[in-house]
Design a protein around this ligand. Sequence first.
Ligand code: 13P
Ligand code: SF4
Length: 329
Amino acid sequence: MIKENSVSPPPLQLFRNQPEKKTLTQEQEEIIRLKREKNAILLCHNYQIEPIQEVADYVGDSLGLARQAASTDADIIVFCGVHFMAETAKILNPSKTVLLPDLDAGCSLSDSCPAEKLAEYKSNNPDTFVVAYVNCSAAVKALSDVICTSGNAVQIVNQVPQDKEILFVPDQNLGQWVIGQTGRKMKLWPGSCYAHVLFTKESIERCRLEYPDAPVVAHPECVQTVRDLADEVCSTEKMVHYCKDHPSDTFIILTETGMMHRLTRELPDKAFIAGPTGNCACNDCRFMKMNTIPKLLECLQSAQPEISMKPDLIEKSKLPIERMLHWSK
Ligand code: 13P
Ligand code: SF4
């Protein structure tokens, strides 16, 4: 019997490569022209909207983007991602102009660890070794011993001297996953990504019923009950490699929906089901989606908004980022 008021969940969303060749819009063409004219590089996170990914010079995860930012010889870095990512590019390239189309593109995870709170913790626990996930402010980075991304967190934590007590900030879910992978004890800051925690055990079990043969690939920011259902837990970049090397032609992907564009573009013969949340068939990060094509165009035309930072903050936050790049070579 059908229960009164019962609402059936929205149908699952399946993403496939669209083989017909897309033509770029006038605005996209103008963005490409301005990049060339100004010797600007456009670095783009995997979660950006498809039209931005189409005009980017590099599309990747936080680690790949930091590496690109560290090695570019462009005069201007236009960063299509969120604020902490553009800030990282500025820290690695203080003499360059770093632009972010919308300065309000923040991150709930970054907001969950205010620098004053971390400073207070450190003054009460002066011997703590702080490993900070890159999703944090420059002020938090400046208080940390080493930075990590989801792509290298295990590798980084494995290199922390054994006699150190570790505090992992700000993502408790990534931290908990790293503890499982490394066997290393760590204290965890109680932060989380508002978007990734929306995936639930029930929503993924429903997916599994519909696509029983599709491997489940989850970002480590998902909660443990969801990660436990996954065949693979990894960063967005590693998702591309995992799906490429796996014989299956269909995958259930538990991360932000923008990732489906990167996956379908790189793996045109495979299909990807966007992991559903409790009441939605997809999962957009509202911060990542603040960057739009009109804002990107305006930003290239006016060279604004620009990331500006105090030199001493750049100096202090650079050390743990450089240590990460060195430790994850
Ligand atoms: P990646 O490091 O896997 O790109 O993830 C960044 C992020 O913000 C995840 O929500
Ligand atoms: Fe931050 Fe989550 Fe958005 Fe990533 S998806 S930028 S962790 S709010």
